[in-house]
Write a protein that binds this ligand. Sequence first.
Ligand SMILES: [Zn+2]
Length: 78
Amino acid sequence: MPHPAGDNTVVDAVCLMHIDPATAPAQSRHRGRTYHFCTRDCRDWFEADPDRYVAYLSGVEPRDAFTRHHGGGPQRTL
Ligand SMILES: [Zn+2]
């Protein structure tokens, strides 16, 4: 579960959970930006189609972040 977020959290582009980049277990570079992920599984999903996740992330409401977290794998069908 997400712990109380500080000011430096980022959103996992796959599951939309708020995570701390300092403790995130996985990262990926895409178009000059570094993205952080709550699990390596999320990173693998991202790297399979990064532009799609980035586009989705740019349009998502932050309030969705805590309600969409997966239970072992992304539930979203792209
Ligand atoms: Zn995730």
